[in-house]
Design a protein around this ligand. Structure first.
Ligand SMILES: [Zn+2]
Length: 267
């Protein structure tokens, strides 16, 4: 007789199960040799989304080999989820897959170091994420199943607002709004208005006072008419990160940003 094990999946992970079998408790046949990680993945849950797992109340990891009759609890990753810190960096760096361009620009608006290319294949994404220790953000489950990937996360939501909320709630990163070029991810440096005056249209010259320039691509930034929308994104993001950290106050450096020159021309 084939052995069976019982797997109970956290509510947050149910979305990864096939719609027809989306129930929290599953009994699965067990061959006696597969690891727990393999079993969970074969249900459809990518391992980067899996948090603590226990068997009979004892913590186990993905390499654990269950025995017939075991009951396994599979938790979701904790929120906020810690990322191994990099020397000299206060927040994780990110790499976004080709479908997340709008999310990439928003993360940059918030000052998060975010690499994005609209034409990179899966193996290249994994190589860059690993080499630069960037968290790979994607909605491609196959990409998250790649063994070589050091750190990945599935982005929930189809609208950029929801995606941003998901990423900020998951990592609660320290924000530095208005410090990064939304087009190329370069840092913005304050620039004197007189230096760039002749590059600007007369209307812009009259209406805007705060200037910044991307040190990488040269793009000039200002707080403009449609800046209101971006201000709202920054305000909401700052509030959300404070909530995710449970500190109620804006994290250091996250509020305002009026002391730094520069703002996104377009989102
Ligand atoms: Zn730039």
């Amino acid at each position: 007789m084939d052995a069976e094990i019982t797997i109970r999946v956290a509510d947050d992970l149910l979305m990864f199960l096939p719609a027809a079998r989306r129930e929290p408790v599953r009994r699965v046949p067990y061959d006696g040799t597969s690891t727990l990680g393999h079993l969970v993945e074969s249900l459809g849950v990518p391992l980067p989304e899996v948090g603590p797992m226990t068997v009979g109340g004892d913590p186990v990891d993905a390499a654990f080999r269950p025995r017939g009759g075991d009951e396994v609890l599979v938790g979701a990753v904790p929120r906020p989820q810690p990322v191994p810190p990099e020397p000299g960096r206060v927040s994780p760096r990110f790499l976004l897959d080709v479908h997340l361009g709008t999310l990439a620009r928003r993360l940059r608006l918030l000052g998060l170091d975010t690499a994005y290319h609209n034409d990179m294949d899966d193996p290249a994404l994994v190589v860059q994420a690993n080499e630069e220790r960037r968290v790979l953000l994607t909605q491609d489950r196959g990409l998250l199943r790649r063994r070589a990937l050091w750190f990945g996360a599935y982005v929930r939501g189809s609208r950029p607002d929801d995606q941003l909320r998901d990423v900020l709630g998951r990592f609660a990163p320290v924000l530095r709004p208005w410090t990064r070029c939304t087009a190329c991810n370069g840092g913005l440096v304050p620039v004197d208005k007189t230096e760039i005056e002749r590059e600007l249209a007369a209307g812009t010259r009259r209406s805007y006072d705060v200037y910044g320039r991307c040190e990488r691509c040269g793009q000039v930034y200002w707080r403009g008419a449609h800046g209101d929308h971006l201000e709202e994104i920054v305000r909401e993001a700052t509030r959300l990160v404070a909530d995710a950290r449970g500190d109620g106050d804006a994290p250091d450096g996250a509020a305002g940003g009026t002391d730094r020159a520069g703002a996104a021309v377009s989102e």
